[in-house]
Design a protein around this ligand. Sequence first.
Ligand SMILES: NC(=O)c1ccc[n+]([C@@H]2O[C@H](COP(=O)([O-])OP(=O)(O)OC[C@H]3O[C@@H](n4cnc5c(N)ncnc54)[C@H](O)[C@@H]3O)[C@@H](O)[C@H]2O)c1
Length: 329
Amino acid sequence: MKNNKLAVIGVGHVGSYVLADAMKTDLFSEIVVIDKDKDVAFGEALDQAHATALTYMANTNVYAGDYQDVKDADIIIIAAGPSVIITDKNAKPDRALLAEVNADVIREVMEGITTYTKDAIIILITNPLDTIVYIAENEFGYPKGRLFGTGTMLDSARLRHAVASNYNIDPKSVTGYMMGEHGMTAFPVFSRLNVQGFGEKELDIHFQGKEALNREVFGQKVVDTAYDVITSKGWTNAAIAQAAITLAKAVLLDERSVYPVCTTLNGQYGYEGDVAFSMPCIIGKNGVEQQLEIELDEEEMKLLHKSAQYIQETMRIAGTGKDKRVKSS
Ligand SMILES: NC(=O)c1ccc[n+]([C@@H]2O[C@H](COP(=O)([O-])OP(=O)(O)OC[C@H]3O[C@@H](n4cnc5c(N)ncnc54)[C@H](O)[C@@H]3O)[C@@H](O)[C@H]2O)c1
């Protein structure tokens, strides 16, 4: 019988939450924990191992390891590298500020992984997410589709939560997503937003909203609410961990679910291998099975190009781009 094996690389605030969630899904029989700080990896794995003696935990074999342990991993989730730090409660530091430091981190991590495997499905969380995905996917010749980023999964969950709160309904009843960068230039695809068939123009008529559904206002709410979490507790981890595990499940169970994730564009919206950002994709056993180039309205297309340009600027800071691409082997 096949064992499902997960590797979690980087177990700070985010990675440790991913690990904790993964331990509770019953999806994995083996989990290896890797971190630059070996004591942290050891402690996180041991703490989780102790928990397996208790009622609601499966007997997952969880241990601290090194890159050789990823050679038979089915899924690798990467949350290595620092997050934005808030020193002033009113500041909104851009995730792009992490470009230089986390470009080095991801190059080190991908060097370690690709020494042992190019078969595992890699799910990236590290910021600035779109630039990090571009580096990991293109500088190491990782097979197309087998590596992608959580992208705007988190931003989209926040959008659905904001819309649902406005109308006092279940966020799972809201179908809608953010596209573009995971960050300040992410934008809501309002032309496609709907609640069981009720679209953008019908929601305010049929549901009693606290405020009118306005594209700009709700788009900004989604971007700002990340800082509501960071300025209050210091970091975000619960929702992003759930997003990563949702994607891992879609891969392991070959669900062919449609989620907004980040991968390099190959012709979509006129971008030919020179940027990575989020659009709806089919997620199955091979990772990104298909990128779905949904038609956007004029206003959304402008926002998409603005977001792509912003990511390309961050890519330049991180020293990556089309000229750095390595063919996948
Ligand atoms: N994509 C998203 O939606 C999203 C959401 C939240 C956080 N993030 C990002 O996730 C990352 C992690 O955030 P965090 O709050 O857990 O940070 P953190 O500082 O708490 O943890 C980072 C961990 O990475 C480890 N690490 C650093 N360099 C490493 C290396 N070269 N190899 C292996 N491990 C290494 C550190 O030892 C630490 O344990 C950040 O980049 C953050 O911005 C992304």
